[in-house]
Write a new protein. Structure first.
Length: 391
């Protein structure tokens, strides 16, 4: 387990951003944080990465704490560093849900359902994931995507499943579009800029969208009218942690906003074994120093404590974070009910995984298919959501 010591970088084959300590700039007594904290995040240039940099700047300036932000281009790479204990936390998206559930890329023998814990979540004026198109592709509604070229990010089931759910809004599947495979999130926007694709998914305020807006092809977001209740339900049946939302932050978005879906992004998670003191103090600093970083990166205002959605969370919170939330009076009985339900869900998944491993076949494909069946059975017996239609 990572503690208060600095983390070695020899085994990390990625670009690492390091905030150095400048003793003369330290403005406050260290509240009990280690000298170095490490996060994994989305690639450089994304909203999640930029927000981590902004928070890191505050940690360095106020407390002399280094924040290493390690970019990962896909779901597995971001969480692999967490599971390998090379980082303390991961600031990502829906991949945390898929890792908790032990599905998609996390269904293999080396993964399985993970005991993740949330620290804080970001619900900004932007959106966590929606569809954008090149203006010259003449896509004015979700129905117009039929037959168009849509990006598929290799190794990123959270992005691809979100896109699947948004296509379902318009009764579309991947069979109705031309799938364009790309190697990472930034590469997906580049594919549209370079006219290899027409439609891409991403956060409304994601900085790479500025490049698409400035390109000859232009940028146009696709709206998802909330009054079509059947269409909304088609999307939310696949991604129940997504909610309807009016986004007002992002390039080309008008002042009145656009109707989209959203979820927590970034969602800051750690393992259930994350150090209590570190979790408590980091959450406290992110809350108390909010005004200092809220305008320093696109979407950073979404970390506001009043925007935390404890009652609708799909991943349990770390006990040390809850201790702080109780101290400041924001943890409710409804939040605790959700927490208990989420902990129960993780236990059901853990027990099912342990039982299955003892009798599982060795062939990878058979192993995963067998796990899906065992997983669905265990959840269904407890009357819990199986998510079977989305895996």
């Amino acid at each position: 387990m990572l503690r208060s010591r600095a983390i070695g970088t020899k085994s990390i084959a990625v670009c690492v951003l390091v905030f150095g300590v400048c003793a003369g700039l330290i403005g406050a007594e260290n509240p009990g944080l280690p000298r170095t904290i490490a996060w994994s995040a989305y690639p450089t240039g994304t909203g999640g990465y930029s927000q981590a940099v902004a928070i890191g700047s505050i940690l360095r300036r106020e407390y002399g704490v280094n924040l290493r932000v390690i970019p990962g281009r896909n779901d597995v790479s971001r969480l692999a560093t967490l599971l390998a204990e090379r980082v303390h936390f991961s600031a990502g998206g829906s991949e945390a849900v898929y890792a908790q559930e032990g599905v998609l890329n996390f269904a293999s023998r080396i993964w399985g359902p993970q005991p993740l814990r949330a620290l804080m979540s970001n619900f900004s004026e932007s959106c966590s994931f929606t569809l954008a198109a090149a203006t010259d592709a003449n896509i004015d509604s979700i129905a117009d995507i039929r037959g168009k070229r849509v990006t598929w990010v290799q190794g990123s089931p959270s992005l691809n499943n979100a896109l699947t759910a948004l296509l379902a809004y318009g009764k579309l599947t991947w069979d109705d579009v031309e799938r364009v495979e790309v190697g990472g999130y930034n590469a997906s926007i580049e594919a549209v800029i370079n006219n290899r694709a027409d439609v891409v998914g991403g956060a409304c305020n994601s900085p790479p969208f500025l490049r698409l807006e400035a390109s000859p092809r232009g940028l146009q977001f696709i709206s998802f009218p909330h009054d079509d209740l059947e269409a909304v339900q088609r999307t939310r049946s696949l991604l129940p942690w997504y909610v309807t939302h009016i986004a007002t932050e992002g390039p080309t978005i008008p002042a009145e906003g656009i109707q989209v879906f959203t979820s927590a992004y970034p969602l800051l998670v750690g393992l259930d074994t994350a150090d209590d003191t570190l979790v408590y103090n980091l959450v406290k600093v992110m809350h108390e120093q909010f005004d200092d970083y809220k305008d320093a990166a696109p979407g950073a205002g979404g970390w506001l404590m009043e925007r935390q959605k404890f009652e609708s969370a799909f991943i349990p919170y770390h006990s040390a974070a809850i201790r702080y939330f109780k101290e400041i009076g924001v943890w409710t009985d409804a939040a605790q009910t959700t927490q208990d339900a989420n902990l129960h869900r993780q236990k059901v998944l853990h027990d099912a995984w342990q039982s299955y491993k003892a009798v599982a076949p060795n062939t990878p494909g058979e192993y995963e298919q067998g796990w899906f069946a065992e997983r669905e059975k265990a959840l269904a017996e407890q009357g819990l959501l199986t998510l079977a239609d989305n895996i």
